[in-house]
Design a protein around this ligand. Structure first.
Ligand code: NAD
Length: 457
């Protein structure tokens, strides 16, 4: 087997090889799609209650393996063990939530003259899910589980660097009794396995999560086949802090340091009202100094490494030596470490302020008033997430209506809940995942008219 036929999974905290996994070729993808097409017909024919029961059983099996899944995520992605446990729990909870949806995939009865009219939500067929490396397990789950509940088969391609939790989830699905080939995981390269999935005529929809650059290509290729696509792409989210806010809560550095900043919802543009700018700066300097960066398997660790050397180089390129900044510390030696950093000398229209860095780096920018805050908050090509901090309810409502982003939090830094829709405005994406309508995104609406006219006399 040559190098390009296999994926080496590195522990980003040590650079040691954790596993070597075969990389799927175009032919492997084609064969998986054939198997998926067959499996889907039988899966969709199951009574919804039986599909739901199998998915609940899958959730139970995931629950019994939470710690194993979490430890795998620590090793392959460098996530802190606390985060990794939350992620495995999120996969389990979404299975339970989606399972309920299988039994409530309701159509409509629409009043029309001359007969009855009903709509049906029918599964699409085979869904291709392409996941990134930053949250390998939750993102694999968000794309796959509602699709399965709606009666589709899924072929999932995880990121090159992080295939292990997705592979394990597929194994657990079989253990739980899901039929073979209903959920297949094919690790592989984006330009071979990923593209083959996108281009395959029997893949009815693509759910892509990753960079805006790749998402654009995926959308172009889907357009050739008029294939529906959900895109969850990049972000550069604002944290808008008004002078009357609870500064300590608003400036919690984990709003951008969680997962070492490799979070599409990271609040990496800290916009602070001028009158409290100095106070904010001092607070952040103190907060960064005490962040515990190190071995992600250690329960006390608050921030782990970046995913890869390539990502480390990318992050470094935004923080030139001597750039005015507040800095925490990070370990030396093996592993892909970068210290918590807040850049303080950036222009609002500079690269660091507008581009997604995807590391533990934020910019601190002052604003004058509400109008200025809204203008700055909207001044990027992205629109995924954001936080607004103020005790003035009217202002909170006005600003949340004016910021063009899919997921906003007022006086909170939360972003993703499986109960609520998630997705981006502008170049952050297309379509929504999660929430009460998650299954509908994996269905076609069929309209059937039934005449009630009697036979002609
Ligand atoms: P990426 O675009 O490089 O890769 C994502 C996935 O696409 C990988 O599985 C990769 O193998 C595959 N891929 C690459 N080229 C492809 C091609 N030509 N055709 C088909 N598939 C291809 O992104 P990444 O670096 O793995 O992930 C980081 C990015 O993901 C960031 O920009 C981040 O903001 C974004 N992200 C978005 C969300 C969201 O929900 N909006 C969530 C997490 C991450």
């Amino acid at each position: 087997m040559s190098d390009s036929d296999e994926l080496k999974v590195l522990n980003p905290a040590t650079e040691e090889v954790v596993a070597t996994v075969p990389a799927a070729s175009e032919q492997d993808v084609a064969a998986a799609v054939v198997r998926a097409v067959r499996a889907q017909t039988r899966w969709a024919a199951l009574a919804p209650a039986d599909r739901a029961r199998l998915l609940r059983r899958f959730a139970d099996v995931v629950d019994a393996h939470l710690e194993e899944l979490a430890q795998l995520e620590v090793r392959e992605a460098g996530h802190t063990v606390g985060n990794a446990r939350w992620e495995a729990g999120n996969a389990r909870d979404l299975l339970l939530y989606a399972a309920g949806g299988a039994e409530r995939l309701l159509g409509k009865q629409i009043p029309v003259p001359g007969g009855w009219n009903v709509t049906f939500q029918e599964p699409l067929g085979v869904v291709g899910v392409i996941a990134p490396w930053n949250f390998p397990m939750p993102i694999a789950a968000w794309g796959s589980f509602p699709a399965l509940a709606a009666g589709n088969a899924v072929v999932l391609k995880p990121a090159e660097t992080t295939p292990l939790t997705a592979l394990r989830l597929a194994g657990l699905a079989l253990e739980a009794g899901l039929p073979e080939h209903v959920l297949q995981v094919l690790p592989g390269h984006g330009h071979t396995a990923g593209r083959a999935l996108v281009d395959h005529p029997d893949v009815a929809k693509i759910v892509f999560t990753g960079s805006t650059r790749t998402g654009r290509e995926v959308m172009e290729r889907c357009a050739r086949l008029v294939k529906p696509v959900t895109l969850e792409l990049g972000g550069k989210s604002p944290n808008v802090v008004f002078a009357d806010a609870d500064l300590e809560a608003a400036l919690n550095p984990f709003s951008f340091l969680d997962n070492s900043g490799q979070d599409c919802c990271a609040r990496t543009r800290i916009l602070v009202q001028e009158s409290v700018y100095d106070e904010a700066r001092e607070f952040l300097a103190d907060a960064l100094a005490v962040v515990v960066v190190g071995d992600p398997a250690d329960e006390k660790t608050q921030m782990g490494p970046l995913i890869s050397r390539q990502q480390l180089d990318r992050v470094r390129s935004y923080v030139p030596e001597g750039a005015p900044a507040l800095r925490g510390s990070a370990p030396d030696g093996p592993g892909f470490w970068f210290p918590p950093t807040v850049l303080t000398g950036e222009r609002p229209d500079g690269e660091a302020a507008r581009e997604e860095i995807f590391g533990p780096v934020a910019v601190l920018l002052p604003f004058a008033d509400e109008a200025d805050a809204i203008r700055l908050a909207n001044d990027t090509p992205y629109g995924l997430s954001g936080s607004l901090w103020t005790r003035d309810l009217g202002r909170a409502l006005r600003v949340s209506q004016s910021v063009r982003a899919g997921n906003l939090s007022v006086n909170s830094h939360s972003s993703v809940r499986y109960w609520t829709p998630f997705g981006g405005y502008k170049q952050s994406g297309l379509g929504r995942e999660l929430g009460p309508d998650a299954l509908t995104a994996f269905t076609e609406t069929k309209n059937v008219f039934i005449s009630t006219e009697g036979p002609a006399q």
